[in-house]
Design a protein around this ligand. Structure first.
Ligand SMILES: [Cu+2]
Length: 213
């Protein structure tokens, strides 16, 4: 009997997933250029939407005296690992309000973990290497992703309903169109285009000053 119920449950779960709708969000500059590293998060507006499970683990590596990735998008409650893949030591810190922390000097193959439990933007640095810079965007919304090199991000198998689409970018400035409301139909695909205004000089990680230190 129990096994029968389990089989039913599994069947229904996969059926529900098959009816999901896909949303592609395209982030462009006002001139139409593709914007990579934009964080897009979705706030469900329709009541009783059963959202996909939130991912609660993510990784921000230190490799070749750089953070990888440059922008990491997570939901509140995510535990982020900070593995050191270099042969030398790093000391990662943040002064940002949603998460102030410091990982004391640690060596190769050491993995530290930090829980991000408040929404907001967390800028990262390393006390040893001034060139290192990265951002963790902690979203209060259950669905979050980041645009790829072509400025797009795809969310698959969302329940049909209304969503608010939010955008954040490390170089954004006022004047862009950083929010939109979209209604997804079941079994349909939708494409949403949003434009963000970026500063002319982009923040990025500079190449490391020297090998090793
Ligand atoms: Cu470092």
């Amino acid at each position: 009997m129990t096994r029968f119920f389990l089989a039913m449950l599994l069947c229904c779960t996969s059926c529900v997933a098959a009816f999901g709708a896909d949303m592609t969000v395209q982030i462009r500059s006002p001139e139409g250029a593709q914007v990579q590293n934009a964080v897009v998060s979705l706030k469900p507006l329709s009541p009783n939407l059963v959202m996909p499970a939130v991912t609660t683990e993510a990784t921000m590596a230190q490799q070749n005296t750089l953070f990888r990735p440059f922008v990491l998008a997570v939901s509140v409650g995510t535990e982020v690992s900070f593995p050191n893949l270099d042969e030398f030591r790093h000391q990662v810190y943040s002064f940002s309000k949603p998460k102030r922390f410091e990982l004391r000097l640690y060596g190769k193959d050491t993995t530290n973990k930090v829980l991000f439990d408040k929404p907001g933007v967390v800028a990262l640095g390393c006390n040893i290497h001034d060139n290192m810079l990265a951002f963790i965007y902690v979203s209060e919304h259950p669905v979050v992703g980041k645009t790829d090199d072509s400025g797009d991000v795809v969310f698959k198998d969302l329940p049909a309903g209304a969503y608010e689409v939010h955008v954040w970018h490390p170089d954004e400035q006022r004047g862009g169109e950083d929010m939109k409301t979209v209604t997804l139909q079941a079994e349909a695909s939708d494409t949403v285009a949003l434009s963000v205004n970026l500063r002319s000089i982009s923040r990025q990680q500079q190449p490391p000053a020297d090998e090793g230190y």
